[in-house]
Write a protein that binds this ligand. Sequence first.
Ligand code: GDP
Length: 196
Amino acid sequence: TYYTKAKFLTSAPDIKHLNDEGGLEVAFAGRSNAGKSSALNTLTRQRNLARTSKTPGRTQLINVFELDEQRRLVDLPGYGYAQVPIAMKKKWQASLGEYLQKRTCLKGLVVLMDIRHPFKDLDQDLIHWAVSANLPVLALLTKSDKLKSGKRKAQLLMAREAALAFCGDVTVNTFSALNKQGLPELEQILDKWLAL
Ligand code: GDP
């Protein structure tokens, strides 16, 4: 598959600075520490493609990775740090909303959330924008290895019900970067979104 071929293409300070490219892209978003970098590294079988975050609240860039000439993964900055000034948050939200609405090459959004704390306010906002822009959303419950199988299943069912109640048709799956639980399912969904 092309995920293992991922290589760094470009960084942008914000969405407005992304080139107007053709092809297809899928974006990854989540609260800081949700496990986004770990998931991207697991997906691409690369140790250091996406940096796992060590510096809370640091200004982050959008990183774009190329899979092949037609396909890209977009790593959006983590959100949810209390220290970030309100003005910056507002600006980020506005530009993110615009990206989800107007980026025609964008074929899907993966929203990563710690399985123990899914659907916080900002996650819900983001999912709402994506759904209202008719963008397919995969809510990925990360760090699934943190829960035993029974608890994990219960949490997944609860999250699916919650998603159905507040935003309709959103796919919810579990994932672990540690033991690769959910990796085939993740790839299957991305394959579908990235099909030419
Ligand atoms: P990001 O800020 O969303 O990019 O999150 P990171 O990928 O940097 O992960 C945040 C923290 O969660 C790090 O300490 C990771 O080692 C840990 N982590 C990420 N994914 C998993 C996972 O699947 N299982 C476990 N147990 N820990 C994880």
